[in-house]
Design a protein around this ligand. Sequence first.
Ligand code: GDP
Ligand code: ZN
Length: 459
Amino acid sequence: MFIDDTIAAIATAPGEGGIGIVRISGQKALKVADEIFRSMSGKTISEYKTRTLIYGNIVDGEDVIDEVLLAYMKGPNSYTAEDVIEINCHGGFISVKKILELILSKDVRIAEPGEFTKRAFLNGRIDLSQAEAIIDVIKAKTDMAHQVAQNQLEGSLSSKIKELRGKVTEVLAHLEVAIDFSEEDIEEITYQTLKEKAEEIRIEIKKLYDTAESGKILRDGLKTVIVGKPNVGKSSLLNSILGENRAIVTDIPGTTRDVIEEFVNIKGIPLKIVDTAGIRETEDVVEKIGVEKSRESFNSADLVIMVLDSSRNLSDEDIEILENLENKKTIVILNKTDLEPKIEEDVLAKYVKEENIIRTSALKHEGIEELYDKIESMVYKGSVKNSSSLVITNSRHKDALLKSYESINDAINAIDSFLPYDFIEVDFKNIWDYLGYINGDTVKEDLLDTIFSNFCIGK
Ligand code: GDP
Ligand code: ZN
């Protein structure tokens, strides 16, 4: 891939900070840097070894703009695989902006969001799944999510996809031979062996696809609502959870001033507790999500935690909420276990499985750990054991796997019906293409633009 223009951008986040970094990539990077940089030693950049930090000034004619450290990374051993210059200047708004403007006056264009990473991909240094992992590393909200993204960046998914495509290629090669020669020549390729190979591929695709649910949660958080009638202990429980798990991020998205999402880290799982008025501010928010109002929250929630007061009889109101839980992933909390039990557990058993009932005393902070264990096992369902597991976190990858899975099923149906080899070949070619979406091998330019436009500027 030949890219002839040179790009530049500020790579650090806007705002005041110790240092700011301006980055240039492309053929003219070194030439432009030479024009605006005076090293303290008087030597030119090329006289230094590549990837050393050089102390000097950025100058515009006679004017010194800032005192900087400059690094020259000669391609292909750089982030983009092109010649890259990074200028470490003083942080804040003005230094970086002035230096960038100076660079842009020299026939260099401003980089689009994600364009440096896009170049790394186009130049073949990383594949698309690795490029996408970079943004996941940046956006990770827990250590676990970070680790999973880091593995993907190191190429765990890339090599799995490569391996799977290798198997598909092997089948395709056999099919080619079978198509080109008359059948009596071909003993080795029978429908039976084709089927065995196809089944093997199907199992692997399915296994990977099945990690996507946990993966999405790792990446985006588990959207959780807490419901129950007044006074059962929802706020107390919530405070227990929030108190011991430092909130990770607090988002106050745009227009709806009163929607607050709190992320708490439960055993590496980002739990996104969605609330309609703020968790700590309003004393009794959660009960505002009554039976009627709860429908909307229910529908979008990944997990519903329903709290009951175990020291009282089940009321009509409790039953009404229980009836609404039907198709939801639910944990029912029997709270206030420090008091005399009154709740009719036999009635409760009609609505919820014993395994999904957790007994707590929010007051004495008992049973909370069991709640965390339950959440963990619900999320991972045994499919993800630890952070080194290969996990699909990206919905684009998930879609591509689903399409591959559908195509392998088509192939198996075709094999079972003894359809001609060239019919079967079409299905295997589709699988090869769909798997190629994941590493970017068969992805179209406009999709690339969409993917990289989600990156930050300067990355
Ligand atoms: P909410 O209305 O569902 O949010 O319930 P709150 O968290 O405001 O609690 C209602 C009352 O029950 C408060 O007086 C709490 O102190 C009390 N409470 C909450 N959890 C427990 C518990 O586990 N045991 C006992 N004995 N009281 C509790
Ligand atoms: Zn409350």
